[in-house]
Design a protein around this ligand. Structure first.
Ligand SMILES: [Zn+2]
Length: 291
C-alpha cells in the first residue's frame, strides 16, 4: 500500500512537471560542428539584406520601413551571437517583427523559441514544417529518432507555397522546396541599394540526409517525388543574388572576408548555384538507381 501510494505521487509529479514545463524538457542536439558555433562578423550583403549568422549557419536580417525580418536562428547557443551581430550593424534586436525559417532542423531553429520570446516577433512557417516545429523535431522523418532536438515553438501564421510575406516596403515570396524536410522552403524578394534593385534568392538546397532507400522511408512516402520537384523547380528560378541555409553551400568564405567593403556583385553567382544543384541532382539520381 505504501509503495503503491508513493507510485501515485511520483506519477502525479511526473504529469504536473510535464504539462507545465514542456519547453523546459530535455533538448538534445544530435551533433554540432565547430564552424556552426564559430562567431562571424556580420555584414551587408546587398541593399537592406544583411548576414547575421555564425561562420556556417546562415541567418539573414532584412530591414524594412516597419521593422525587420529575421530568417533562421542557428543553434540554441547562437542566440547571443545573432543578437550581437544585429546590434553591431546598428539595428535594434527588438525591431525584429517577423521570424522565418528555411527548414525545421535544430541547426536553423535552435534559437527560435528564445528569440520569439525576446522580440515578441510573429513566426510565419510553411504549413508542412509547422508540426515538426511545434514538437521540437520529434516528428521529423529523419531526425525524429534523436527525440527533441530543439525547443518547440508554435507558428503564428501558416504559409502556403507562393504566399507573400509583407512588412513595410518589403514583400517576400515563400517557395515550397520539400525533400530535406517536408516544409523546406526558399524566399525570393527584391532589395535595393543606392544604385539598383537586386532580386535575391535565399535558397534551401535539397540535400539528402537519409541513408536508407527512398522507398523504405515510410515516414515520408512522397520523398522521392518531392526531391524531383524541388530540383527541377529550383533550376528554373531567376535571381541576381543567392545565399543559402549554410554558408558552405554558397561558398560565402570565398566570396567575402570579414572587413571587406560592400560588394553585392560577389554574390551574383548563377554558376555556383547551378553547380551546387547539379551536384545534388547527381546524388539524387544515384539514390534513385539504388531503388
Ligand atoms: Zn537541415
Amino acid at each position: 500500500m505504501r509503495q503503491y501510494s508513493r507510485y501515485i505521487i511520483l506519477l502525479l509529479a511526473f504529469f504536473a512537471g510535464s504539462s507545465s514545463t514542456i519547453s523546459a524538457q530535455k533538448v538534445t542536439e544530435p551533433k554540432t560542428k565547430e564552424e556552426w558555433s564559430r562567431p562571424y562578423e556580420p555584414f551587408r550583403i546587398a541593399g537592406n539584406l544583411y548576414y547575421v549568422g555564425t561562420y556556417d549557419l546562415g541567418s539573414y536580417l532584412i530591414t524594412t520601413t516597419k521593422g525587420n525580418i529575421l530568417i533562421n536562428t542557428g543553434l540554441a547557443a547562437s542566440v547571443p551571437q545573432i543578437k550581437h551581430n544585429v546590434e553591431k550593424l546598428g539595428f535594434k534586436f527588438n525591431d525584429i517583427k517577423i521570424l522565418l525559417i528555411t527548414h525545421a532542423h535544430y541547426d536553423h531553429v535552435g534559437g527560435l523559441a528564445e528569440i520569439k520570446k525576446m522580440t515578441k516577433a510573429k513566426l510565419l512557417v510553411n504549413e508542412n514544417d509547422a508540426p515538426v516545429l511545434a514538437d521540437g523535431g520529434m516528428s521529423d522523418y529523419a531526425l525524429g529518432i534523436y527525440g527533441r532536438s530543439f525547443a518547440p515553438v508554435k507558428a503564428d501564421r501558416l504559409l502556403h507555397d507562393h504566399d507573400t510575406i509583407n512588412l513595410g516596403n518589403m514583400h517576400l515570396v515563400m517557395l515550397h522546396h520539400p525533400g530535406h524536410t517536408k516544409g523546406s522552403c526558399s524566399y525570393l524578394f527584391d532589395v535595393k541599394d543606392e544604385k539598383r534593385t537586386y532580386r535575391v534568392l535565399i535558397a534551401n538546397m535539397p540535400s539528402i540526409i537519409i541513408e536508407k532507400k527512398f522507398s523504405k522511408e515510410t515516414a515520408y512516402p512522397n520523398i522521392a517525388n518531392d526531391y524531383a520537384y524541388t530540383l527541377s523547380h529550383m533550376k528554373k528560378l531567376s535571381f541576381d543574388i543567392w545565399v543559402a541555409s549554410h554558408a558552405s553551400q554558397f561558398n560565402l568564405h570565398n566570396k567575402h572576408h570579414p572587413g571587406d567593403a560592400y560588394n553585392p556583385d560577389a554574390f551574383m553567382d548563377r554558376k555556383g548555384y547551378d553547380e551546387e544543384l547539379n551536384d545534388l541532382q547527381k546524388q539524387y539520381d544515384q539514390k534513385m538507381e539504388e531503388e
